[in-house]
Unconditional design. Structure first.
Length: 385
């Protein structure tokens, strides 16, 4: 490659990067579209975010946080710079954006791992069994990793669009921002490896960032709060801190919390690995026999209206234990998880270096974004149909 061509290539790359940054806030929504009254109008708004937009956000986020977002690493630190810069460019002038710095409750997480080992392994498997040895190694590795986190601060990044008409009606959506890799051979947590976390959980982050693009331009009647949780992969400590800090505010007589939606791993959807041989069969997980969760799931499913073709979120009351929703359930706050089908089409690349953007189903991720955005915006304007 000659020098002039190399210089031209570098210049083009820089210009493309600047163009992408400049276009972050180029979503065109007219003043007549800012107060939709029908679901069809909301569909038009949501359709302004294309599959390519989701992909661009996803790849920008992963590139900015290389080699991964493991707590305490350079990529993890870059995560907050990226989120604050990205949201800062797209938020409305009166929208709120802040960072909650916190001391992660490491002792709580350590006790949780010891309790889980006692309840799920001891007495069910013999110490000589493969299951016991793997669980023992993973538990010890998790506890050792948590102890190494001592002295580190966590940071939750929070965006809020205050409602203009009913600001005390609140819905919260969240996605965890950190990554982790578990070595399948040694059953231990690794730090110095690539961990792009494309599905887990850059997919959730990209969905919420693009949702912010839309709601920041609208005159929302109700309040929407979006949280990017830190310290989630080992003990859900970011969401735990958030719930503890804002619990009194969320349950007082003044405010009406409709619930929390955990946006998690929405990019995995296959036909050949799916036990049902179906595409687009995603899940909304709730607690068993919980009316508040059921109502929230119904809201997020647009009360059964088939609003987005090619995707279906089936409600599954199974007490899902692998997400930020746990912190809300512990305080008996309504919460659901919108995610992949963990029973019939799980992503086995989760927590490995192979959780790559190339492995994602971008069509399904885009449809998941459309579905979630439609439900949230419709709720924000009290649109029923």
């Amino acid at each position: 490659m000659n020098t002039s061509f190399k210089l031209w290539t570098i210049t083009l790359m820089v210009l493309c990067s600047l163009t992408v940054a400049a276009q972050v806030d180029k979503l065109a929504i007219s003043k007549y579209e800012r107060n939709p009254k029908q679901l069809e109008k909301v569909k038009i708004l949501v359709s302004k975010i294309t599959k390519d937009d989701i992909y661009k956000t996803l790849i920008e986020f992963i590139k900015a946080t290389r080699p991964g977002r493991f707590v305490g690493t350079s990529g993890h630190k870059n995560t907050f710079t990226f989120l604050l810069d990205y949201i800062g460019k797209i938020k409305g002038t009166t929208d709120l954006l802040w960072v909650d710095e916190f001391n992660p409750d490491l002792e709580y997480a350590i006790k949780m791992y010891n309790r889980d080992f006692e309840n799920q392994i001891i007495g069910k498997y013999t110490p000589s069994s493969t299951e016991y040895r793997k669980a023992d190694r993973l538990t010890k590795s998790a506890i050792s990793t948590l102890k190494n986190f001592k002295g580190l601060k966590g940071k939750n990044v929070i965006y809020e669009k205050k409602g203009s008409k009913n600001p005390n009606d609140i819905i919260i959506l969240g996605a965890h921002l950190d990554t982790i890799v578990v070595n399948s051979n040694t059953s231990s947590i690794e730090k110095d490896v690539s961990m792009p976390g494309a599905d887990n959980n850059a997919s959730g982050v990209s969905v919420l960032l693009n949702l912010i693009k839309i709601i920041s331009k609208l005159d929302m009647e109700k309040t929407i709060r979006i949280v990017f949780f830190d310290f989630e992969n080992l003990g859900f400590l970011g969401s735990r801190n958030f719930v503890e800090k804002y619990y009194d505010e969320l349950v007082n007589n003044k405010n009406r919390l409709v619930g929390f939606i955990n946006v998690l791993m929405l990019g995995h959807d296959t036909l050949d690995e799916d036990q049902e041989k179906q595409m687009g069969n995603m899940k909304i997980y709730t607690r068993k026999q919980n009316a508040k969760d059921a109502d929230l799931a119904k809201l997020m499913n647009l009360s059964g209206i088939k609003a987005v073709s090619g995707i279906n979120f089936k409600v599954e009351p199974n007490d899902f234990q692998d997400g930020s929703n746990i912190s809300f359930w512990e305080k008996d706050l309504p919460s659901v998880v919108m995610t992949q089908n963990w029973e019939n089409d799980p992503n086995f690349k989760m927590h490995t270096p192979n959780d790559l953007i190339e492995t994602l189903n971008m069509a399904t991720l885009h449809r998941a974004f459309q579905h979630i955005s439609l439900a949230v915006v419709a709720w924000g304007f009290d649109i029923k149909k």
